[in-house]
Design a protein around this ligand. Structure first.
Ligand code: SF4
Ligand code: SF4
Length: 414
């Protein structure tokens, strides 16, 4: 798709990239069929091809109205369209450029801007988030109903202390921001599983949020600063012998793997992030590379309906990998129909677009329950909290179900 960029838009590397991405799109519309928002709203402009046209129009005219911004804002960033596209269009990169311009040319209303500012200033910072959650739990009965359900219960699951073991290998275990406040049980379970394999999990002192929250809320500068801080700390530990950076939230794993895209080519941090890239692995990807014959769950382990987060299946291209891994350990794993569709969590989408997000969750839970698993498992903290709010069956990270099944099966830690 040839694009003549308006002279009123300041040239930039991102703009050049957007132009190159637009050139790849052949308007075939295959992507539209697998787009969750198009399926719900039935409007071409709420599907990927329509949004691509809108972005092209913004670039060519240097103008954007409220309607264009609204259609772009309704996009989940789920990348289902990227999986479907036969021409390899990097839609999300284009969306980030289009949205940034749309926000500049047609600013969001004050309330929306304030909400996004609050999200950017709180979610990525566990020290700010933890007291807020404590206070919110205390005053939960006084909160509006919609908000009341958004406050997760205190993370009181038993944290079994690890005994010192003969671990001859070590990895860095990424802590995350929201997860490190509301679901410490996920990384605790991961440490125990890795210990069974003779692997010690290290914390990187001074590590920050991966940057995904800020990146997706159009604050690239902060995301870049967070990435730089993390890259330096992780590379130091890698130079000291850590063999991988293991990440239990698929959204964070994707953001970290894509750090090179945050920096100009040939810059210092572009090179550093390229060096880091092969070390970063989502927990399922890491375990798939290990001998996991010691991880066998008992026969009465619960059957699992598995929700594969978009960041795992469309972003990291790990479709079916975790399901296969869980089956290898002995779990009976059920896959829901329309597994490619987003659950509606999508970062902060459930807060900025509650209506659409709620409908997508209803549909997803229906399919997960129809799949027949006794419990629901997923691989990303955002999806987990979002589904947990309304699910009738327990929802946890799959690593927790695996850890619990191994503990009840009394398979001793080696
Ligand atoms: S990212 Fe998801 S919601 Fe957005 S256009 Fe693509 S498929 Fe549709
Ligand atoms: S499938 Fe790819 S090439 Fe076809 S319209 Fe969608 S983005 Fe463009």
């Amino acid at each position: 798709m040839e694009t003549h960029i308006s002279k009123s838009i300041t040239p930039s590397v991102a703009l050049q990239e957007a132009e190159a991405i637009l050139r790849r799109c052949v308007h075939c519309g295959f992507c539209t069929a697998t787009c969750p928002t198009y399926q719900l709203l039935g409007n071409e402009l709420d599907g990927p091809r329509g949004r691509i046209y809108l972005i092209k129009q913004i670039l060519e005219t240097g103008q954007a109205g409220k309607d264009a911004r609204t259609h772009l804002d309704r996009c989940l960033g789920c990348r289902s369209c990227e999986t479907t596209c036969p021409s390899g269009v990097h839609y999300l990169r284009l969306l980030h450029v289009g949205r940034h311009l749309a926000y500049e040319l047609a600013p969001l209303p004050f309330a929306q801007r304030s909400l996004r500012h609050i999200l950017r200033a709180t979610l990525p910072y566990p020290r700010r988030l933890a007291p807020m959650f404590r206070a919110a739990r205390l005053f939960r009965p006084l909160l509006p109903l919609a908000l009341r359900h958004k406050i997760p219960d205190a993370d009181n699951k038993a944290q079994q202390a690890l005994q010192p073991q003969n671990c001859h290998r070590k990895i860095i275990l990424f802590q995350g921001c929201v997860q490190s406040v509301v679901a410490t049980s996920i990384n605790a379970a991961t440490r125990r599983i890795l210990q069974r394999l003779g692997i010690q999990s290290l914390d990187a002192t001074g590590e920050s949020c991966c940057g995904a929250v800020n990146h997706h809320l159009d604050d690239i500068e902060t995301a870049r600063n967070m990435a730089q801080n993390n890259i330096d700390r992780w590379l130091t530990l890698i130079d000291e012998g850590a063999e991988a950076l293991v990440v239990t939230a698929s959204a964070c794993a994707l953001e970290i793997k894509e750090y090179p895209l945050l920096f100009p080519e040939n810059s210092k941090y572009h090179d550093k992030s390229l060096r880091l890239q092969p070390y970063c692995m989502e927990i399922g990807e890491f375990l798939a590379k290990q001998d996991i014959s010691a991880l066998r769950v008992p026969e009465d382990a619960p059957t699992i309906s598995f929700h594969s987060p978009c960041t795992l299946q469309h972003g990291l291209k790990g479709q079916g990998h975790t399901e296969a891994l869980l089956r290898e350990t002995g779990f009976d794993v059920r896959e829901p129909e329309d597994a490619h569709l987003c659950c509606g969590s999508a970062g902060t989408y459930s807060i900025t677009q509650p209506k659409l997000s709620g409908t997508l969750r209803e549909n997803k839970l229906l399919q997960l329950e129809k799949a027949g698993g006794e419990v629901i498992a997923t691989a990303n903290i955002g999806c987990l909290l979002h589904l947990q709010e309304k699910a009738e069956r327990p929802v946890r990270h799959w690593i927790e179900w695996l850890d619990e099944a191994l503990e009840t099966g009394n398979t001793p830690v080696q």
